[in-house]
Design a protein around this ligand. Structure first.
Ligand code: DUC
Ligand code: ZN
Ligand code: ZN
Ligand code: ZN
Length: 465
């Protein structure tokens, strides 16, 4: 059989193990893993590693962010950056605008994405209201239609749900078999600390970090887990930033609870002191939860190495820095309260983890593939079509050069933001080709081809990781 495309010479991180073999691709799927395969097109990948295309299951694109504030990425630039960073699928969130129903929000996001994506896309929901129509009709119908995961917030005015509301939402997840993702920070505690900081004139970007200290996250993590236990549902704690929150997850699992956990590049590479940089530069690092001290990094690494963290995502939430619709929003220089929360990272997630994890000897290639692709596909209902190099799966493959060493530069990136928090951060290893369903969407650091990304139908979460 002659394949459409054969990739030769690569070290292949396949579901069945890591081996030297050819990958035969036909009609966008992996048809054969073997030797001496023939293909119409042959990609010589000698010296490269073939990894499952990255799945970034935590990104924000074109999300309503308050009056006058605009996210730096739409689906064109966001998925272009994702593809250039070695990703083949992303999962952004659908957040209803004020007055919009969840169903209307989903339709609007689908329309914005349609025809504009360089990666495949599937959507999580954000549940911010718990009225009878949302919980009784829209949410169950959307879950049944394949939107099988949603996020709830314990912080942010207008988004935060009370404990009772979270329980009511979890009850729907239980009934419909969906995954609940929780942003765990205690809003009342933050509000108390924020008011006090402002009264004392502590208003610079750094105080974003001091008003969201570790106990704010630890307490909310513990409470979210307890609520999930009471409701009888599995849950995923997203963007875990520190050791104490990690301990809550370890303890819950020891009690037999099904708790999944995600962490992000910012929590192993950035610190709160980055928010204290000269002038207003600290605003570039304002995200929630905030980066901690370098003392927390080894605790997060231990969680990555020991399997506490199932997911490594970017939490890409991009704003422009030199922009009054971004970090320089009205009032942002007089109080950190007004700085939009979030940092860009969809293009740098994989190189940072590869370099700091695989090259540094902390992480095997198999574990790298699991926490950057396979587990995302399993937890969010995309497996076995996505997330692994195996026969019958979509031919979503990233070819890595494990030897190149270079600093991350904004100049080389493709997102819509005008900065990267990792400017000058040196990494070893970079994706050189991203293949989506058999077609190259990035080659040698640049996007190629038309936007061929599709919306993905999803099944139920697989909670047996
Ligand atoms: N939470 C996120 O998940 N992303 C950006 C901001 C936030 O608070
Ligand atoms: Zn969040
Ligand atoms: Zn996020
Ligand atoms: Zn380019």
């Amino acid at each position: 059989m002659t394949h459409d495309t054969v990739i030769t010479g690569a070290r292949v991180v396949a579901a069945s193990g890591t081996t030297m073999c050819d990958i035969g691709i036909t009609q966008g799927q992996i048809a054969t893993l073997g030797s001496a395969l023939t293909g119409t097109e042959v990609i010589d990948a000698t010296g490269l590693i073939a990894l499952p295309g990255g799945i970034d299951s935590h990104v924000h694109i074109s999300q309503p962010s308050g009056p006058g504030i605009e996210m730096a990425d739409d689906f064109i630039s966001g998925t272009r950056a994702a593809a250039c960073g070695g990703n083949t699928t992303i999962l952004p969130f659908c957040l209803p605008e004020d007055g919009q129903t969840l169903r209307e929000a989903v339709a609007a996001y689908r329309k914005k994405a349609e025809g504009n994506c360089m990666t495949d896309v599937a959507f999580h929901l954000i549940v911010k209201q718990t009225d009878p129509v949302t919980l009784g009709q829209d949410l169950p119908a959307l879950i049944r239609a394949g939107y099988t995961s949603f996020k709830v917030f314990m912080t942010y005015a207008g988004l935060a749900l009370s404990d009772r509301q979270i329980l009511d939402v979890m009850a729907v997840a239980k009934e419909q078999n969906a995954m609940v993702m929780v942003h765990a920070e205690n809003e009342d505690a933050i509000e108390f600390l924020r008011d006090r900081a402002e009264r004392e004139g502590e208003t610079g970007p750094y105080h974003h970090a001091t008003t969201r200290p570790i106990p704010v996250e630890r307490e909310a993590t513990h409470r979210a887990i307890s609520l999930a236990e009471i409701a009888g549902v599995p849950l995923t704690i997203v963007h875990v930033s520190n050791g104490e929150a990690t301990e809550e997850i370890v303890r819950a699992r020891a009690r037999g609870l099904t708790v999944f956990a995600e962490t992000c590049p910012q929590y192993i590479t950035l610190t709160a002191s980055d928010l204290d940089r000269d002038g207003f530069d600290g605003a570039k690092y304002v995200c929630s939860p905030p980066p901690r001290t370098a003392d927390e990094w080894p605790k997060i690494w231990a969680g990555i190495e020991q399997g506490t963290f199932d997911l490594f995502s970017s939490d890409h939430c991009p704003f422009r820095f030199n922009d009054t619709a971004g970090k320089d929003a009205p009032g942002a220089r007089t109080s950190f309260r007004n700085i939009p929360n979030g940092i860009p990272g969809v293009e740098t997630r994989l190189p940072i983890l590869f370099s700091e994890g695989v090259v540094a000897g902390r992480l095997s290639l198999e574990r790298f593939a699991a926490i950057t692709a396979t587990n995302h596909a399993r937890l969010y209902g995309l497996y076995p079509r996505k997330g692994a190099i195996m026969v019958g799966a979509d031919a979503d493959i990233t070819l890595w050069d494990p030897t190149v060493t270079k600093p991350i530069r904004q100049h080389d990136l493709h997102h819509g933001s005008d900065y990267t928090p990792w400017e000058g951060f040196e990494v070893t290893g970079w994706p050189v080709r991203t293949i989506l369903r058999g077609k190259s969407v990035m080659q040698d650091g640049h996007p190629v081809g038309p936007p061929m990304g599709e919306h993905l139908e999803r099944g139920a979460p697989d909670v047996q990781l």
